[in-house]
Design a protein around this ligand. Structure first.
Ligand code: URA
Length: 222
């Protein structure tokens, strides 16, 4: 909850910065857990579908909220929608999505529908560029709320961008992949992004080891 509160404060600061503010008065930390976001995935999805808080909203076709089992014990977080995701409004449906589905179904041996899949940003960055910090921090409260509501045991950060914004750590993915990081209510495991694996098939072996570790974690915690 603290992280969600901090993410909301960051979002507010980035919005003020975009409006031209350079200084703001000291933000007093409020007691309690109240945030502007609803405690309901469908209501949150509606808010996201109307979001205009960053420049990505100008070029998107559809927002890509995320999908899957709302009670999933395993959640995957990618970077941001690509072209096919932007057209369909669904996460990981292109080539990277096909590989992700295989990773879930062949290595972890559970159906894709039984996990939850989301992204750091809900709108496609033009030309599939990496989201800027402003875009990522503006969108992050939506993801933190999704994590809070789905309450997975394990969150898998797919690639460096997801890992960076979920932890604040700038380490490269090659260094941290396969680590199991306690994040309060859930365990975070970074691994390679499927798009990276499509470009570097020799890294699939390491990703497979990470997936087996994730499978073991889910069993240990069930
Ligand atoms: N890459 C991502 O990071 N997310 C998607 O939804 C699709 C491709």
């Amino acid at each position: 909850m603290n992280r969600l509160y901090n993410a909301l404060q960051l979002k507010r600061l980035y919005q003020l910065k975009q409006l031209g503010f350079r200084y703001v008065p000291l933000i007093e930390k409020r007691n309690g857990t109240s945030t502007a976001l609803p405690n309901d995935l469908e209501a949150l999805k509606r808010i996201v579908s109307e979001c205009r808080l960053c420049g990505l909203s100008k070029t998107r076709t559809k927002t890509v909220f995320g999908e899957g089992d709302p009670n999933a014990s395993l959640m995957f977080v990618g970077e941001g929608p690509g072209a096919q995701e932007d057209t369909t409004g669904r996460p990981f449906v292109g080539r990277a999505g096909e590989l992700l589905t295989k990773m879930i179904e062949n290595a972890i041996e559970i159906p894709r529908e039984s996990v939850y899949i989301a992204n750091i940003v809900k709108c496609r960055p033009p030309n599939n560029r990496v989201p800027t910090p402003e875009e990522a921090y503006t969108c992050l409260p939506y993801l933190m709320k999704q994590i809070e509501l789905v309450a997975p045991k394990v969150v898998v950060a797919l690639g460096a961008t997801a890992y960076h914004y979920l932890t604040g750590d700038r380490s490269g993915i090659t260094k941290v992949r396969g680590e199991v990081i306690e994040r309060g209510a859930f365990l975070l495991v970074p691994t390679y992004h499927p798009s990276y694996l499509l470009r570097n098939p020799s890294a699939k072996k390491e990703a497979y080891m990470d997936l087996l570790k994730i499978k073991r974690l889910l069993c240990e915690n069930c």
